[in-house]
Design a protein around this ligand. Sequence first.
Ligand SMILES: C[S@@+](CC[C@H](N)C(=O)[O-])C[C@H]1O[C@@H](n2cnc3c(N)ncnc32)[C@H](O)[C@@H]1O
Length: 283
Amino acid sequence: MSEYDLEVQSNINIEVNLFLEAIYQKYGYDFRDYSKAHIKRRLMHRMSVSQFVSISEMQHKLINNERFFEQVLKDFSINVTEMFRDPHFYYRFREEAIPILKTYPFIKIWHAGCSTGEEVYSMAIILKEEGLYERSQIYATDFNQTVLQKAKEGIYPINKIKEYTYNYQKSGGINSFSDYYTAKYDSVIINNDLKQNVVFADHNLVSDKVFAEVHLIVCRNVLIYFNKKLQDKVLRLFKDSLIPGGYLCLGSKESIRFSDSYHQFDTIDEEERLFKRKLHFKR
Ligand SMILES: C[S@@+](CC[C@H](N)C(=O)[O-])C[C@H]1O[C@@H](n2cnc3c(N)ncnc32)[C@H](O)[C@@H]1O
């Protein structure tokens, strides 16, 4: 890179940092420890769609227009998800975690960063099939109100169903996937009984507190948007929320290896990112 290019990059970094500081000071949302690559990509996208010439120009609008901030919030929150995403993860989850969860009289589960709910209903289906749903309570959280509302409704495009049925079967599903929804026009609606034991709630992993005494945390494809410092902080939050022996499930590109909390977990399946909080931990 030439000296000129280096200076341009350094100036962009300053503008990005100031933009995130402005969000924090004005609206209280803290993106300062999100991955800079992710934030830059999303800001470049917004600049080009809304035709700004610089991040600084966009910052002026951000400070003076709350609706524009809401747009930026949506830009920062990537909501891609699917039912039984990475089916082999669910297959291994059934094999490894379900037999242990069966030993508890009551099971508390936290889905952090649940997006539009597909992952949550996938888990609810597994719990039903394993006879655990009636004694489970699922807390499904996200910091994005729009996706939480969609998650509560549990209505998904019918054209996704072929893929979801395939995922369900590969994940070890034992029924017909169509037992779990009703089709209406070009959508499907998830059965009400799968919603009964789920509470959807607003929770920001950056600033909100622990969910105490949970047996299982599923937080897949969320930490990839955070820098190492924030990942470390959130992994500590998860460790403090789990009972000893509780399970932690991360996304396929996420790891606990680098973090301070690493030694407090046993790795159950490295490939599928399935971990378990140690029963006894000595420093
Ligand atoms: C890519 S989606 C992952 C959805 C689902 N867990 C999955 O793996 O299919 C990431 C989700 O994390 C949420 N998220 C991002 N930052 C968050 C934060 N600080 N607190 C809570 N949720 C957050 C986003 O709103 C988004 O819904």
